[in-house]
Write a protein that binds this ligand. Structure first.
Ligand code: ZN
Length: 87
């Protein structure tokens, strides 16, 4: 009988611990932390999708001696293909 009581007590403690841990892990990822990520404050424009992004997060590409920035490799590829088609 004593063993059963200890078992129930342990189960209860584990359940308490789990719910406590869940509450902590939920509150430790607040959605309000989406602050401007840039340190330098320098924003560049992706001319393909017209998006502004921090320079350090952008992909840099020199095309015809000009610096271009893209949000992703996909946009860089599109730009390069566009230029190839034009020339
Ligand atoms: Zn883009």
């Amino acid at each position: 009988m004593l063993r059963f009581i200890i078992f129930v007590l342990l189960l209860y403690l584990i359940l308490r611990l789990v719910s406590f841990w869940r509450r902590i892990s939920r509150s430790s990822s607040p959605p309000s932390s989406a602050s401007p990520p840039t340190l330098s404050g320098r924003m560049v424009k992706d001319e393909v999708c017209q998006m502004y992004l921090p320079r350090e997060n952008a992909l840099r590409e020199i095309i015809d001696g000009e610096e271009h920035f893209f949000c992703s490799a996909e946009c860089r590829r599109k730009c390069l293909e566009d230029r190839k088609a034009k020339s």
